[in-house]
Design a protein around this ligand. Structure first.
Ligand SMILES: Cc1cc2nc3c(=O)[nH]c(=O)nc-3n(C[C@H](O)[C@H](O)[C@H](O)COP(=O)(O)OP(=O)(O)OC[C@H]3O[C@@H](n4cnc5c(N)ncnc54)[C@H](O)[C@@H]3O)c2cc1C
Length: 385
């Protein structure tokens, strides 16, 4: 029977980042039910790094992740992980205060974040209808991420440090056992995991199962946190002939009722839908696509005649929309790494740092130590008990 110190459920970006950081500290394995790690939320994102996005916790985690994504260690990847693309969040008349609040909250850690005039916003994205734009919050150092390279970089480096990655191996049954764990005190408790045809023992169970995180807790006899998966729909289409779009920023409105950005020569668009769903292989609905196209046309006059691609994915949220990172209040050897909402890729380096710090006493990087240390109680799952 295989035996590990850390058994991670889920090989999405969160499980992969954690495996990468824990591998130097013990025997690590990841269980993934799909054939392809990244098949669910991780492979369906819109691949954007925006430090002013989400609430304060997402902001601090993203700021703490920039250093790694800008300068990954030698051999982690072949090319750059970030490619600069500004983020333009425009305010309609009467919405300026919303931008001012974000600027006040995020400005101290994003020095070039600024409110710009209607004229400057339209210069960055000329098709925007002037009557809809009062002003905009512009983050010039936002970026497109190479999600595949980040995810594969974590998995490759974890494997190189001895981690085992079991794909097509759904965790189905969990026992909490009291007898001996190899190499440990005879009275140590441990998990015995049944996954497909494997039986695996582990000291720590790390729940990085994304939309399925509450299901894993139930299997382990741990109280679920009430994590809600919400569907988000994405389409891409060919831009109107004659318009140069590559230099456009990502454009969203203050309330995030939609956003769009250039995407490999096409335009990527989402209605920013948030439909609660049971965990599943999410698929796009015609109604959400129609809403996306209507909002695009209303804001820019652009009306695509056909779509190049469409997809949907689940963004999973805790009740307060802050990630849950830490030990379960009712089972200290069950670790939550879930509820990463719409920022799990851009925060994954910080989630890896924090988890290795909490589980293996790994030091936090000096530059981000104060912010991440302050966040630990805010993200602790015990806040829900
Ligand atoms: C449309 C969309 C746009 C987004 N845009 C961005 C963005 O621009 N920037 C950003 O940072 N984030 C973005 N996100 C959010 C980001 O994709 C998620 O926060 C992130 O991928 C979550 O990663 P995860 O590893 O927690 O989940 P997942 O990638 O879903 O991984 C969880 C894994 O657990 C596995 N699993 C579940 N149950 C079991 C079991 N019983 N046994 C074994 N394995 C199991 C699943 O198969 C899955 O592979 C977006 C998401 C969507 C849907």
């Amino acid at each position: 029977m295989a035996s590990y110190d850390f058994l991670i459920v889920g090989a999405g970006i969160v499980g992969a980042a954690i495996a990468y950081r824990l591998a130097p500290h013990g025997r690590v394995a990841i269980l993934e039910k799909e054939a392809q790690p990244g098949y669910h939320a991780t492979g369906r994102s819109t691949a954007t790094f925006v430090e002013s996005y989400g609430g304060q916790a997402a902001h601090l985690l993203t700021v703490a992740s920039r250093g790694f994504l800008e300068s990954p260690p030698a051999g982690f990847c072949d090319g750059a992980l970030l490619a600069r693309r500004g983020n333009l969040r425009f305010a309609r008349p009467g919405q300026r205060e919303q931008l001012a609040q974000t600027l006040a909250a995020c400005g101290p850690r994003i020095p070039d974040l600024a409110i710009i005039s209607q004229q400057d916003a339209l210069a960055l994205c000329p098709p925007l209808r002037p009557e809809l734009v009062d002003c905009a919050l512009y983050e010039p150092r936002a970026a497109d991420m190479d999600v595949h390279a980040i995810h594969q970089g974590y998995l490759r480096a974890a494997r190189a440090q001895g981690a085992d990655i079991y794909t097509e191996t759904p965790l189905e049954h969990i026992e909490r056992r009291a007898e001996g764990h190899p190499g440990r005190r005879q009275d140590a408790r441990h998990w015995r995991i049944h996954a497909k045809d494997r039986v695996i023992e582990a000291r720590w169970l790390i729940n990085a199962a994304g939309a399925w995180a509450d299901n894993i807790a139930r299997l382990a006899g741990v109280r679920p946190l009430g994590i809600t998966p919400k569907r988000r729909t994405v389409v891409t289409f060919t831009p109107p002939a004659g318009g140069a779009i590559d230099h456009w920023p990502l454009v969203r409105d203050a309330d995030e009722s939609f956003y769009f950005k250039p995407f490999g020569g096409d335009i990527l668009l989402t209605p920013a839908d948030e439909t609660p769903l049971a965990p599943c292989d999410a698929q796009p609905e015609e109604i959400d696509i129609a809403i996306a196209l209507a909002r695009m046309q209303a804001a820019t006059g652009i009306a695509p005649s056909h779509l190049a691609s469409r997809w949907a994915g689940l963004r999973s949220f805790t009740r307060d929309e802050r990630p849950a990172i830490g030990r379960a209040a009712d089972e200290p050897y069950f670790f939550w790494a879930a509820g990463l909402g719409g920022y799990g890729i851009q925060t994954s380096p910080a989630i890896g740092f924090m988890t290795a710090h909490l589980l293996a006493d790994a030091p936090l990087p000096t530059a981000v130590e104060a912010d991440l240390t302050a966040l630990i109680p805010d993200l602790a799952p015990a806040r829900f008990s």
